[in-house]
Design a protein around this ligand. Structure first.
Ligand code: HEC
Ligand code: HEC
Length: 201
């Protein structure tokens, strides 16, 4: 009897540490219109969410909601999410397998050189240092998965950072890198990242 009471008390505690993927699924119907039922974006300029780290998804949704990351399509979607909704949605998308993707041949060698080695003369650090050889990032450090991400979306983010339109990265790491990348270099590294799926699977 005493044991049963303790068990009930523990089960009744609300969980704030991690989200509930099943609850997230129930809340994701509106998101599927753009991000797909399987986390694969319906437009190449929209991000795939499947397999992204829950920590990174939660950070982004919180920042859209609070106005620290602004986008005409996303800000309204996040405006009414509770902290619990955000954790549940993050858990749901993070458990999906990363979407298969491939790179185009054009610019691939330049993109690989930037991703793996940076551009020393321009003071650009190698992307691999934080995002990893297969683009899998680091959930603890909140470095996002890049593997297989749509090149159109990736290039758009680098251009937003370069223009100062996205500024939610800790210590302006991505902002200061992007300011030193040319359009050609952005297209090349974004194409290489799209093809990283094959390195991670
Ligand atoms: C009308 C289309 C649309 C809908 C609906 C939508 N999104 Fe988005 N979402 C976007 C676009 C476009 C972006 C990229 C915006 C930008 O450049 O900042 C985005 C970005 C995101 C990101 C950041 C991804 C990253 O890699 O940084 C997350 C997380 C996200 N959406 C989750 C959601 C969730 C959860 C919902 C449902 C509550 C949702 N979205 C509904 C279009 C949409
Ligand atoms: C010192 C660590 C570091 C290095 C080096 C780095 N990044 Fe990042 N990157 C980050 C962090 C941290 C974020 C998440 C920013 C945030 O919280 O919004 C990020 C986010 C991104 C995103 C946004 C992903 C999304 O889903 O919206 C892209 C794209 C990206 N990085 C590409 C690159 C490329 C390309 C390079 C190399 C030229 C690079 N990064 C080098 C730390 C790094």
């Amino acid at each position: 009897m005493a044991v049963a009471a303790i068990v009930i008390a523990l089960v009744a505690q609300p969980t704030h540490a991690a989200g509930d993927a099943a609850a997230g699924q129930a809340k994701s119907a509106v998101c599927a219109a753009c991000h797909g039922a399987d986390g694969k974006a319906l437009q190449p300029t929209y991000p795939n969410l499947a397999g992204q780290h829950a920590s990174y998804i939660a950070k982004q949704l919180t920042e859209y909601r609070d106005g620290d990351r602004v986008n005409a399509l996303m800000s309204g979607q996040a405006a009414n999410l509770s902290d619990e909704d955000i954790l549940d949605l993050a858990a749901y998308y993070s458990e999906m397998p990363i979407i298969a993707n491939t790179a185009a041949e054009e610019n691939l060698a330049m993109g690989e050189a930037i991703y793996r080695g940076g551009i020393t003369a321009q003071g650009i650090a190698a992307c691999i240092a934080c995002h990893g050889p297969a683009g899998l990032g680091n959930p603890g450090a909140v470095y996002p998965v890049l593997s297989g991400q749509n090149a159109g979306y990736t290039a758009d983010q680098l251009i937003q950072w370069r223009a100062g339109e996205r500024s939610n990265d800790p210590n302006n790491v991505m902002g200061s890198l992007s300011q030193r990348l040319t359009d050609t270099e952005i297209q090349a590294v974004s194409n290489y990242i799209q093809g990283l799926y094959s390195a991670s699977n």
